[in-house]
Design a binder for this molecule. Sequence first.
Ligand code: C5P
Ligand code: MG
Length: 227
Amino acid sequence: MANGYTRCPFTYGLFLGTTALFLYLGRRQKTKKTDLPTCDVVFVLGGPGAGKGTQCQLVQERLDGWVHLSAGDLLRAERNYGGKLCDLINSKIAAGELVPSEITCKCLENGMARAFEQSGVTKFLVDGFPRSHGNMTAWAGTLAKHNIKFVLSFDCPESVLEGRLLERGKSSGRSDDNIDTIRKRFQTHKAESLPIIQYFENNGTTVHTIESDKGVEQVYEKVVALF
Ligand code: C5P
Ligand code: MG
């Protein structure tokens, strides 16, 4: 060549091979996301400290096929990952307020896709979601194809919740298990989350309400009867 540049077949091969690999990985990622089949979902709701996580863990351990996905845990994991959403998630959790619904839904969608990829599971206990009308709208936007089996709602007096959360706060290391944030979480629950239970009841989704101011096994007996 006039400029002395020599085309090396090996370099060409390497370039084409690398490009193909990137294209393949990109497409494979997309295919997996859209390949998530229609799943069975149980929404698990209740005030902070009502026992949602405890009961979901027991169902996951004792019943075949059900996987526990906690919206709060997924948000805390996203925050700990330290990406660009870290500060926003952190400030909302520490203030006892709700994180923007699109973020929460994306975390849930990724969590479901990851669990399906890893073990083919298609039955999810979605704990702490939907907690607002915004949560509902975001779910309807991207996750509407899934089959909501029923809503499990734990009911527990605030005085009991407060005692449990303060006790948990001694060892949980959570920025929101302190009395000021606990009270803010109660307010958020009453203003934004309780109306969602009402919404489900008015719109034909079965809501099973269980009193959860009892011992763990006593509550579990009622829970397991629903599956
Ligand atoms: O359910 P959990 O107590 O783990 O939720 C902790 C916090 O995570 C909530 O107080 C709220 O700041 C955030 N969260 C949210 N939207 C949800 C669930 C949790 O913003 N649907
Ligand atoms: Mg929890």
